[in-house]
Design a protein around this ligand. Structure first.
Ligand code: SF4
Length: 484
């Protein structure tokens, strides 16, 4: 029996890779007894996939601590994720139970792991076997995944059988991540992702639209479109950015699905990681024409002082970002802007910080991730002079946090007593946790309301209407991380 479980460290992009790895393992469920176990610490779990993060030394440390923990529990370890590209071989050599390292998006080692032997390469036999096993695989795999129904959760996870196999673990919550590209062509001085994940590699529009079709057929209502730099989608493949064309095709695919299936709710999608430099007002005007695009703008500005943006290697100025924030506010009445800032970056003066404070006060962002600068030894910025003292950085974070919270509280209060729409994420005794439609899963605040105020099916993943009572307060728990 290949009894395995999995742990995802790091971001949603990493999570998608894990879902492909799980799908790849389940693919063999007609050739070997395989069981997926939710709890990695369970006695029944033999193998644990640790999908690591490596983007910061603290993340690498967390990855090593997680590997050591399960190694000491005697679990057979399958290592994958960003730590693989920056791994400490001496540390890995010290692990007793490391059985496999899965490189990015190449899962051939999994076959050997699951079937315990490298298959002899006899092409004709393989072709015949593939045909035969395709039929049988289809059956057992869906039966298998039907069996991993999460307790109390309405929908089931499912598998997409395109040219790769993927397990959609978020399906019970009616959303799923769609990764459209890997890697990044930018060289922000504080970031080592291009070192870890390489240069941008976009999927073809055809393969993405095909996966969207499958997600819709499986009842996914909200698609989370992710990559490292979504604005540049397609530049490597089509020699020009093709994000707008891709979104137009996704919009049309949803229209076709709606016409054919007449679902109760029209599916939607949101786009993350819009790198600001080549984002233009023309792009934004084209977004106003899309029917199923959620006006959620995830644009990581990282700072507002041009002095610091230059030191970060970010190629845009204030005039540029001010222009499209104002365009967004003017043309998308329900716009939700999420962003993130690094505080304490080398060279940041009181004046730079004041520019940032004024920026957030002026634009009243709906959601902001605040990072304290960290001298990442593998990043170029670690070589920059004028390091900011940690206590100064911490004091600046103390100063900006109440400014942000005042904005959040004001926006939360403005939503009270008004009809809200959202997805049920959890059901408690007399209350339910609802993700407001404009809130991104696992990142932005949810609402907690009495079950009695819900209009619609009180089931995990269902889309409902509700009223936020006057005494409501934002729901924030450890599943929510503004720092994704
Ligand atoms: S855009 Fe910059 S911060 Fe984002 S992944 Fe690329 S290099 Fe890193």
């Amino acid at each position: 029996m290949f009894a395995f479980s999995a742990i995802n460290l790091g971001c949603s992009k990493n999570m998608v890779d894990l879902e492909f790895a799980i799908g790849e393992i389940l693919k063999y469920s007609d050739r070997a007894p395989i069981e997926y176990i939710e709890d990695p610490e369970s006695q029944e779990t033999d193998y644990v996939i640790v999908n690591t993060c490596g983007f910061l030394s603290s993340a690498r440390q967390e990855s090593e601590e997680t590997l050591s923990y399960y190694d000491n529990l005697g679990k057979k370890l399958i290592l994958m994720g960003c730590y693989v590209s920056v791994k400490d071989d001496a540390f890995l050599a010290g692990l007793k139970n490391l059985v496999s390292i899965v490189p990015f998006m190449s899962y051939s080692v999994i076959e050997e792991l699951v079937l315990g032997k490298k298959s002899k390469f006899n092409l004709s036999a393989i072709v015949k076997a593939k045909q035969a096993h395709k039929q049988s695989k289809e059956k057992t795999l869906s039966n298998y995944l039907a069996s991993i129904e999460a307790p109390g959760k309405g929908k089931k996870a499912f598998v997409w059988r395109g040219d790769e196999v993927r397990a959609y673990m978020h399906a019970p919550f009616s959303y799923e991540y769609l990764k459209i590209a890997e890697g990044c062509d930018n060289n922000c001085t504080f970031c080592i992702i291009p070192t870890i994940r390489g240069r941008q590699t976009s999927r073809s529009i055809e393969s993405i639209v095909k996966e969207v079709g499958v997600m819709l057929e499986q009842g996914i209502q909200e698609i989370q479109i992710i990559s490292q730099d979504t604005t540049r989608y397609g530049t490597d493949l089509y020699e020009e950015p093709r994000l707008i064309e891709l979104l137009q095709q996704i919009d049309a695919t949803i229209d076709t699905y709606i016409a054919k299936n007449k679902p109760a709710n029209a599916p939607t999608y949101r786009v993350y990681y819009l790198y600001p430099d080549i984002l233009s007002l023309d792009h934004l005007s084209k977004l106003t024409e899309l029917k199923h695009f959620l006006p959620y703008f995830d644009i990581p500005f990282q700072h507002a002082s041009e002095n610091i943006l230059k030191l970060m290697g970010r190629h845009y100025d204030r005039a540029h970002i001010d222009s499209f924030i104002e365009y967004i506010r003017d043309h998308f009445p329900a716009s939700f802007i999420r962003t993130s800032f690094i505080i304490g970056f080398p060279g940041e003066t009181d004046a730079d910080f004041q520019i940032l404070l004024d920026f957030v006060s002026k634009y009243q962002f709906e959601s902001v991730g605040i990072f304290e600068y960290h001298d990442e030894p593998l990043a170029a910025s670690s070589k920059l002079p004028n390091k900011v003292d940690e206590s100064i950085a911490k004091n600046r974070i103390k100063e900006i946090t109440p400014v942000l919270n005042r904005v959040y509280d004001g926006k939360f209060t403005a939503r009270k007593w008004k009809k809200q729409v959202g997805y049920i994420m959890d059901i408690k005794d007399s209350t339910v946790i609802v993700r407001p439609e404009m809130a991104a899963p696992e990142i932005d605040d949810y609402d907690e309301v009495f079950t009695s105020s819900i209009i619609g099916a009180t089931r995990i993943g269902s889309k409902v209407e509700y009223i936020l009572p006057i005494d409501a307060s934002p729901h924030r728990d450890d599943t929510i991380n503004r720092h994704d």
